[in-house]
Design a protein around this ligand. Structure first.
Ligand code: ZN
Length: 86
């Protein structure tokens, strides 16, 4: 019996600019994981399955990991930020 303290693999969601903005352990509930990965795609991220070790290495080696210096993600505002009457 081996006790896993961490998942063997994980999913990362990479933005088109190359920055990783989402991460999920592979040991998650399958349904939850499927939901998570499809959410990544909806958010415009490119899901990629990598090993846990690889993932740990990338957190250290990629300065843009969870820290995208590029343009903000295109979001549709609820309403235009147009101030009137000022
Ligand atoms: Zn970026």
């Amino acid at each position: 019996m081996t006790i896993h303290e961490h998942p063997t693999h994980c999913w990362i969601g990479r933005k088109t600019c190359g920055c990783v903005m989402s991460i999920a352990g592979d040991d998650m509930n399958r349904k939850e994981l499927a939901k998570f990965v499809s959410q990544m795609i909806k958010d415009g991220l490119i899901p990629e399955r990598i090993t846990w070790e690889d993932c740990k290495g990338r957190v250290i080696s990629e300065p843009t990991f969870f820290n995208c210096p590029h343009l903000p993600e295109p979001t549709t505002p609820e309403q235009p930020t147009l101030l009137t009457g000022l």
